[in-house]
Design a protein around this ligand. Structure first.
Ligand code: APR
Length: 240
């Protein structure tokens, strides 16, 4: 299975690719917050009721992110993008992660389905701005100068993920779909493999453990992302 046989590869990543960089996954044992706490805090109604508690949660995650470095899996995805850039094979990277580790590894045009920790959204004027510091309910929007209208630019439960049209288009065009480090338990990302498969794509799952839709994939490999992702990419680029 070599990249020259494919015209468009879509790669989807989830929290598992960042686990070895010290960023807790959502449904693993290593989480800093319990699943219940994370799901409570990642809701618009919680932000309306208790903005300071939600700001404190995301401020802590933004701070932790400053200490995190990309691991071999992120770095190899950036290498894969570089290698394919000069070829007729297109590559689209979609991530459910809100960290910036793909960017830190050098990957360009990362599609963040669920938003980004290092971005703030103004509820008043809808403008987005880089945010690499703490947000509070006193923070001022650089665009409309409103105070207290900035929220984390994160897609919360019950909100619509970003860039869905662009992702849908890529899934309908792709002939290779690779899912890395995701449990396949949150929609619409959990359904991307089915959309790709319906259009004849070859589908691959690289994960620590079988995801909820593991059976759908044509090829699966399980282990630590920092090991199995570089191995798979090297075979895909250079052949077995
Ligand atoms: N290497 C590879 N895979 C790993 C590793 C690792 N070192 N560590 C954990 N995993 C796998 C787990 O086996 C699990 O299947 O990563 C997956 C992480 O699953 P989740 O914690 O559910 O994270 P994710 O799938 O990204 O969650 C999707 O849910 O809470 C929402 O918005 C949040 O984007 C998130 C979405």
């Amino acid at each position: 299975m070599n990249y020259t046989q494919f015209k468009h590869v879509v790669v989807l990543t989830g929290a598992g690719i960042s686990a070895e960089s010290g960023i807790p996954t959502f449904r693993g044992q290593d989480g800093l917050w319990t699943q219940k706490e994370m799901e409570y805090l990642a809701r618009p109604e919680t932000f309306r009721k208790d903005p300071e508690k939600v700001h404190a949660f995301y401020n802590q995650r933004r701070l932790d992110l400053k200490q995190s470095k990309p691991n071999r899996a992120h770095n190899h995805i950036a290498y894969m993008q570089d290698e394919l850039a000069g070829s007729p094979t297109r590559m689209t990277l979609v991530t459910q992660n809100v960290d910036d580790l793909h960017e830190k590894a050098g990957t360009k045009d990362v599609i963040h389905l669920h938003g980004e920790l290092n971005s703030a959204l103004c509820i008043k004027c809808q403008s987005r701005m880089i945010c690499d510091h703490d947000l509070t309910d006193q923070s001022v929007c650089k665009n409309c100068q409103s105070q207290g209208a900035l929220r984390p630019d994160i897609v919360w439960f019950g909100e619509i993920p970003y860039h869905l049209d662009e992702v849908q288009k890529a899934l309908l065009q792709c002939d290779m779909f690779v899912s890395i480090g995701t449990s396949g338990s949150v929609f619409p990302a959990a359904d991307f493999v089915n959309t790709a498969k319906q259009n004849g794509a070859f589908t691959v799952e690289l994960n620590l453990t079988p995801s909820e839709n593991a059976k759908v994939f044509d090829h699966t490999n399980y282990g630590l992302a920092s090991q199995i992702v570089p191995n798979w990419i090297d075979t895909f680029i250079h052949g077995p």
